[in-house]
Design a protein around this ligand. Structure first.
Ligand code: GLA
Length: 430
């Protein structure tokens, strides 16, 4: 009898494992559908490993593509108030940024007081937000935008305002009652409790409100969130805070690159918000920052004062073709595929796009201009594939039938960004 039960359990286990294997295999096949073996080498699937794609993601209907919007922290820090938030919403609309997809207006730290009220509720800071958050959410919604707020999975926020640890349900209900659409959840004053314990309760509390609230985890990459946060939130910071320098930006790009296989619709790696327009980098450096963030399927959260953008800043943030790479429905994170030159400062970054296309960035991180050439091998393409090449910064088709390699001269700290369309595949799809 005991033997029969044991045999039955083993049989059931094998059955379950086979079912799981088939489900995973099916998902892989459907993602790679349309990849024509006459064009793509088998190495393509190794270079752009998608083995974790969609498996870890939280399917709460949000974040089908990386979130886009604005956040107060990088430029304003604690110098925020309700007028600024309203004017920012107005500017997102009047500049045309909203129409391009920048819809989240996210208030960061310093919107609330250090103490809770007599009912143990969070309190908007009466100095900056005397009318409270609800009217602000109504205003933002009246512009067809969404309102984001910030709290902390600890006793206090990083600027020592009240945090949400052990108040998850109350705070989620409060946010939902105000009409909040997005929560960034920080990691200060955390009592040394592991993030994997502190972040899920807020997910459950947000779910319990019945309102769709985007959940952005900000535990700074300390416990490798790519390995577990997909089941908890819609994006997770993979790094410490960005600052407005070339050194910080390049370091964060490299750190975030490590987790490329774990991103996908529903949950994204987050190397922190954009610094474009804040003055610490050159036009070329900001262009590279934006291109690489877009390629990595990073959240595109503007961090400058959108009421006062220069022409150069808006040209970068409003490049529709680069945004389209970020928002491509395939949702596979692009990554660093080859480096050469001194200390590897000449770099090729690339990623698959829908329609069997590829996004390719030639990034010159050296201090002198150089020609950067990618051969098809680095991209997993067969050498005899003919590729049409579109330059996303020039907005021009620059080659109709590139074969086996493609190169361009790139200024120091600048990049060039292209969409590669293998022509044979293109023909096959017509
Ligand atoms: C942390 C976060 C930042 C920002 C600040 C606010 O450092 O990582 O993005 O929210 O807190 O205090």
């Amino acid at each position: 009898m005991a033997n029969r039960i044991r045999f039955g359990s083993v049989f059931l286990l094998i059955l379950l494992l086979s079912a799981a294997y088939v489900a995973i295999a099916e998902r892989r096949v459907s993602l790679l559908n349309g990849y024509d073996k006459s064009i793509f080498k088998s190495s393509f699937h190794r270079i752009f490993d998608t083995s974790k794609y969609g498996i870890l993601q939280l399917q709460n209907g949000l974040a089908r593509t990386p979130q886009m919007g604005w956040n107060s922290w990088n430029f304003f820090a604690c110098d925020i108030n309700e007028t600024l938030i309203k004017e920012t919403a107005d500017a997102l609309v009047s500049t045309g940024l909203a129409e391009l997809g920048y819809v989240y207006v996210n208030i960061d730290d310093c919107w609330n007081t250090q103490k809770r009220d007599s009912k143990d509720q969070l309190v908007p800071d009466p100095k900056g937000f005397p009318s409270g958050i609800k009217p602000l959410a109504d205003y933002v919604h009246s512009k067809d935008l969404k309102l984001g707020i910030y709290s902390d999975a600890g006793l206090f926020t990083c600027q020592v305002r009240a945090g949400s640890l052990y108040h998850e349900n109350d705070d989620a209900q409060l946010f939902a009652s105000w009409g909040v659409d997005y929560l960034k959840y920080d990691n200060c004053f955390n009592l040394g409790i592991k993030p994997i314990k502190r972040y899920p309760p807020m997910r459950d509390a947000l779910n319990a409100t019945g309102r769709s609230i985007f959940y952005s985890l900000c535990e700074w990459g300390v416990d490798d969130p790519a390995l577990w946060a997909g089941k908890v939130g819609n994006s997770w910071r993979t790094t410490d805070d960005i600052n407005d320098t070339w050194a910080s930006m390049t370091t964060l790009a490299d750190l975030n690159n490590k987790w490329a296989a774990y991103a996908g619709p529903g949950g994204w790696n987050d190397p922190d918000m954009l610094e474009v327009g804040n003055g610490g980098m050159t036009y070329q450096e900001y262009r590279a920052h934006f291109s690489i963030w877009a390629l990595m399927k990073s959240p595109l959260l503007i961090g400058c004062d959108v009421r006062n953008m220069t022409k150069e800043t808006s040209e970068i943030l409003m490049n529709k073709e680069v945004i389209a790479v970020n928002q491509d429905p395939l949702g596979v994170q692009g990554r660093k595929v080859k480096v050469f030159g001194k200390d590897g400062c000449l770099q090729i970054w690339a990623g698959p796009l829908s329609g069997s296309r590829l996004a390719v960035v030639l990034w010159n991180r050296c201090s002198v201009a150089s020609t950067i050439t990618t051969d098809w091998n680095a991209l997993g393409l067969k050498p005899n594939t003919s590729v049409s090449v579109r330059d996303l910064w020039l907005h021009e088709d620059v080659a109709g039938d590139a074969m086996s390699s493609f190169g361009a001269e790139v200024d120091p700290h600048d990049c060039k960004m292209f969409v590669f369309t293998p022509v044979a595949t293109f023909r096959a799809e017509m």
